[in-house]
Write a protein that binds this ligand. Structure first.
Ligand code: PLP
Length: 447
């Protein structure tokens, strides 16, 4: 049994991200105690199949001794080395090299952060710096998508469109603008791929015209919008948007914090359409959640412009833990696992997951099934024809999460009545089938 003193200590002292203070006082905490493979065990001994890989990050599954060993060995040898002042450490250099070799096109330069939010934040800073370096400092406006999530830092939260990240914090910055999402299931232009792509291209072009052609610095997009409800664009969407950015003379930033590292099949989702962005942000799967680490990939042409513009002047942006040796040693080991069979297993399991979820499409509550690879969602409705959302969808989402938990399954219940799936890439066929079977039980109980 979970000791009451632990629950009380949590209530009294630990502030939980994305939880309401009063709600948390009322509901208390569910403490995870241990984990192995795709399974978690909570402090009360319940076994839970993790259909969400922690927070879309534990791609390798839990309890990999080789990762634990890589971290321990690095801690023994050199637990910390700054990357400041032209100092460095072996794992940070080796991981940067390995990532650059595998990244699309000329994304040859890697800047390590602590996670995804500060990776996105760093791109904003670098893009501002880039435009100063090339003599166009007035290009200081940024565009992103409705339903997009780009982290929770002060600046990045403004690129994020989800209202929950703005409510109570004041209006996001006036230099951050939004255009409609491709959201195929609920797009006012319909779901025909070509029409949806044309509408997104037209919206970006119109927004740049509205702001001023010489004012816009960059457009940000996730290859699949994750926290917005796993919104998968039609094939060709990202390529068309990247091409439009080129034509408009603005930078394209692909935020692969969720989609990177095999989540959708290839190492990076950009590869699927042969897209080479000017910046790419990653985190989560980079260390499979075993240590905090994020990264910004910078294209060579951006790097050269900044390097020429700055000359010998140091760029005033960096963190104490940039390129942390332990996190980067973990990243190197995780990369070995991806290439040693994890990516292949994820691709196989992803097909089975999609087929399984599609079989739920007949369920009276399921309006839409969508996803790619090991990233998927089902959207719940009360009337399929009218696509009527669940009443009080946020509360319904919480009920779905609680029912799933009782059924020994962790999923993500999004506010709008969407259930998200992002299992570890190591899942066996039986585990994937179990995720689908348990989800069916949850739906039946929700009716
Ligand atoms: N960008 C995207 C697309 C994300 O999904 C997330 C987190 O879920 C972030 C950025 C922020 O990453 P972090 O939570 O590591 O700061």
């Amino acid at each position: 049994m979970l000791s009451n003193s632990l629950i009380e200590a949590d209530r009294e002292h630990l502030l939980h991200p994305l939880s309401s203070f009063r709600g948390h006082e009322r509901e208390g905490v569910r403490v995870m105690a241990s984990a192995k493979g795709a399974w978690l065990t909570d402090r009360e001994g319940h076994r839970l199949l993790d259909g969400f890989a922690g927070l879309w990050c534990v791609n390798a599954g839990y309890g990999h001794e080789s990762i634990v060993e890589a971290a321990a060995e690095q801690m023994r040898r050199l637990p910390y080395a700054t990357g400041y002042f032209d100092l460095g450490s072996e794992p940070a250099i080796k991981l940067a090299e390995a990532l650059a070799e595998r990244a699309p096109g000329d994304l040859d330069h890697v800047y390590f952060t602590l996670g995804g939010s500060d990776a996105v934040d760093s791109t904003i800073r670098f893009i501002r710096y880039y435009n100063h370096a090339r003599g166009t400092p007035e290009r200081d406006q940024f565009i992103s998508l409705e339903q997009g999530f780009h982290g929770s830092s002060t600046a990045g939260a403004g690129l994020t469109a989800l209202k929950g990240f703005h409510t109570g914090f004041g209006v996001p910055y006036e230099w951050q603008h939004k255009i409609p999402s491709h959201y195929l299931y609920r797009n006012p232009v319909g779901s025909d791929p070509e029409t949806v792509i044309a509408a997104s291209v037209a919206a970006l072009t119109a927004k740049v015209d509205e702001i001023g052609k010489d004012r816009v610095a960059a457009f940000y997009a996730e290859p699949i919008q994750g926290s917005g409800g796993v919104l998968v664009p039609p094939p060709g969407w990202m390529k068309a948007m990247a091409q439009t950015c080129r034509e408009l003379g603005i930078l394209f930033v692909a935020d692969e914090v969720i989609t990177g590292f095999g989540r959708t099949g290839p190492l990076f989702a950009c590869e699927e359409e042969g897209v080479v962005p000017d910046f790419m942000t990653v985190a989560k799967g980079l260390t499979a959640g075993y240590a905090p680490l994020g990264a910004v990939f910078m294209a060579d042409h951006v790097y050269q412009t900044i390097a020429d513009g700055a000359g010998d002047v140091a760029i005033g942006h960096g963190y104490t833990y940039s390129g942390h040796p332990v996190s980067t040693a973990v990243g190197l080991e995780v990369l070995k696992l991806y290439e040693g069979g994890l990516l292949d297993n994820g691709r196989r399991a992803g097909k089975r997951l999609m087929a399984g979820l599609e079989s739920l499409g007949e369920h009276p509550l399921v309006g839409d099934v969508r996803g790619r690879g090991m990233l998927a969602a089902i959207e719940l409705v009360t009337d399929k024809g009218a696509k009527t959302p669940l009443p009080a969808a946020a509360e319904a989402g919480k009920r779905v999460f609680d029912r799933a938990y009782k059924n020994g399954l962790i999923v993500r219940a999004f506010a709008q009545g969407v259930i998200g799936f992002a299992p570890p890439l190591c899942c066996s066929d039986e585990e994937i089938d179990e995720i689908v079977a348990r989800t069916r039980r949850v739906l039946d109980e929700t009716l």
